[in-house]
Design a protein around this ligand. Structure first.
Ligand code: GLY
Length: 371
């Protein structure tokens, strides 16, 4: 399989996203042009370390690159102030200099945390993303959103800080649990829903084979998702407009993640999937799209064995008022009001600034009543 190369065009902060098989084993060659001295530091988590760190370390040391690594506990709870301090202090103890390269080797949590550490260490050191989950390969590793969570909400502390390169080795996806893989697929579907009916149709046809391990279809889905993301980020790096569309399903999803304590009760991609369904329910309730749209979204996600309903979340949830209050802490809040990404049809979304709160509450009540 050939390696695909996408260029994220951001002037002096431009970089390549490489997608394919064997990128980890060829990591030394893939990053050699970025090295000022033969030394890198790797931030990873314990799960990824157990599965893949030896391979990455061997690939680098084989080319006489000095490697040291820090493994943090896996999971969303690691995206916090304590882990940020621990990681930054470790990087300083490792004497990482401005020209050195930090590697984020893991899923979205490791990518976001490491990117933020890189942004603030010595006022900015370069970092490379080597994403190991589907979610990170199609979304979080590309575009330079970095940060940690606050007890007050998700991703509320952070910076836009672009990586120097992204190496998406789709071979590592084989070791994901089916639940993690399919949660990441929520972000893949998002691209079809927000901007490409043709891609959504392709996923309806090819999604099951892709999930069953078809490597060419996986490569296409990752490439198409990254392509769409790269185009949007190049036009709106700091999310003054169009980039907000990438948050389709996230206003509802983040509230659900907060309601479930960022725990394994609901993975981020699962929250995005349920949130996307709710965003289409809301669009339909507001008369923006036909009933067929949310039905088709549900049908495809169900076909992929994904969570689509609040009843798919185990345990208690707050009532509609409570969920609405959690949305008040979303990053997209403006003048205290959450903003929603709504849709006119599949593949055509837009940002709505002034959504009737009663309609949102009704959609949430109806979703809760179906539990
Ligand atoms: N994950 C949404 C974005 O990068 O803008």
């Amino acid at each position: 399989m050939t390696i695909d190369t996408l260029h994220l065009d951001l002037g002096s902060r431009s970089y390549y996203v490489r997608i394919g098989l064997g990128l980890i084993d060829n990591a030394a060659r893939e990053i050699s042009d970025l090295l000022v001295r033969p030394k890198v530091v790797i931030i990873t988590d314990e799960t990824v370390a157990a599965l893949h760190l030896d391979r990455l370390t061997a690939a680098l040391t084989r080319d006489n690159i000095e490697v040291s690594s820090l493994s943090l506990p896996a999971g969303e709870a690691t995206k916090n102030w304590r882990a940020l301090e621990q990681t930054v202090e470790w990087l300083l103890a490792e004497k990482v200099e401005r020209d050195d390269l930090v590697i984020a080797f893991g899923g979205g949590v490791i990518g976001d945390l490491t990117g933020f550490c890189a942004a603030i260490l010595r006022r900015g050191v370069r970092f490379v993303q080597i994403p190991t989950t589907l979610l990170a390969q199609v979304d979080s590793s590309v575009g330079g959103k970095t940060g940690i969570n606050s007890p007050k909400g998700k991703n509320l502390i952070g910076a836009f800080y672009q990586p120097a390169r992204v190496l998406a080795d789709i071979g590592v996806l084989d070791t994901l649990t089916p639940r993690d893989f399919i949660a990441g697929y929520g972000e893949v579907v998002k691209y079809g829903l927000l901007g490409s009916a043709a891609f959504f149709e392709w996923l309806e046809t090819n999604g099951p084979a892709l999930a069953a391990g078809d490597i060419d279809k996986r490569a296409y889905a990752v490439r198409r998702s990254c392509e769409m993301k790269a185009e949007i980020v190049a036009r709106d790096e700091k999310e003054h407009g169009e980039r907000a569309l990438l948050n389709l399903g996230h206003t509802f999803g983040h509230a659900l993640e907060a309601a479930t304590g960022y725990s394994s009760r609901l993975l981020h991609g699962e929250g995005v999937a349920i949130g996307s369904v709710l965003a289409f329910d809301l669009s339909q309730a507001l008369g923006l799209c036909s009933q067929e749209c949310p039905s088709r979204v549900r049908a495809h996600l169900r076909q992929m064995n994904m969570k689509t309903e609040l009843s798919d979340i185990k345990g208690e949830l707050p009532d509609a008022e409570g969920l609405l209050a959690l949305m008040g802490q979303d990053k997209k809040v403006q003048a205290g009001k959450p903003r929603f990404i709504l849709a006119r049809e599949i593949g055509s979304s837009f940002m709505a600034e002034d959504v009737d709160e009663t309609a949102v509450k009704t959609v949430l009540k109806q979703a809760l009543d179906r539990r």
